[in-house]
Design a protein around this ligand. Structure first.
Ligand code: PNS
Length: 160
């Protein structure tokens, strides 16, 4: 049983994340989505909501679980028995951000990061842009799984 961890802020989960989770599950027996804390970001959605939305979005995939973690990612990977971290790449800019984290994680425990190219049709989809479009009243329905747009609008409304 080979387990991979697919970590991120998932604020909110997008169709891009779902695409990467499907591709990761084709490579590993078990994929654990880690809804983690990025110290450079203040999430709009609280952790429980991010976990719930990701769970609903990925419920159709056998062997894919969603868990929250607020510690060091490599410790979570060890606890889950993961042999790899999976990250999705939309392009070179993503790689520039991800490579230092991959090297840091490998230095900490030896865990490798597997980079998976996402569907080019979803190249424009990023949680940060989805939040920005929604914040300014645009529709994000084509970029996120069912239920996410409403939850995001509700959280943004409460933020005001
Ligand atoms: O979706 P994001 O915000 O780009 O994901 C980044 C995330 C959450 C995976 C990263 O910040 C992380 O691993 N956070 C957990 C704490 C940790 O292990 N930090 C060291 C990373 S090298």
């Amino acid at each position: 049983m080979r387990t991979a961890v697919f970590p991120g802020s998932f604020d909110p989960v997008t169709l891009g994340h779902v695409d990467i989770a499907v591709r990761a599950k084709a490579l590993f027996d078990r994929v654990v989505i880690a809804v983690a804390h990025n110290s450079r970001k203040s999430p709009v959605l609280d952790t429980d909501t991010r976990v719930e939305l990701a769970r609903a979005a990925l419920a159709h995939l056998d062997g894919v679980e969603v868990k929250a973690t607020d510690g060091l990612l490599v410790d979570f990977c060890t606890a889950e028995g993961a042999v790899a971290i999976v990250k999705g790449l939309r392009g070179g800019a993503d790689y520039d951000v991800e490579r230092p984290m991959a090297l840091m994680n490998r230095t900490l425990t030896g865990i490798e990061t597997v980079f998976v190219s996402g569907d080019p049709a979803l190249q424009h989809v990023a949680s940060s842009l989805v939040r920005d479009v929604a914040r300014h009243g645009g529709s994000v329905a084509d970029m996120v799984p069912g239920g996410v747009e409403d939850a995001l609008r509700e959280a943004l409304r409460r933020e005001r």
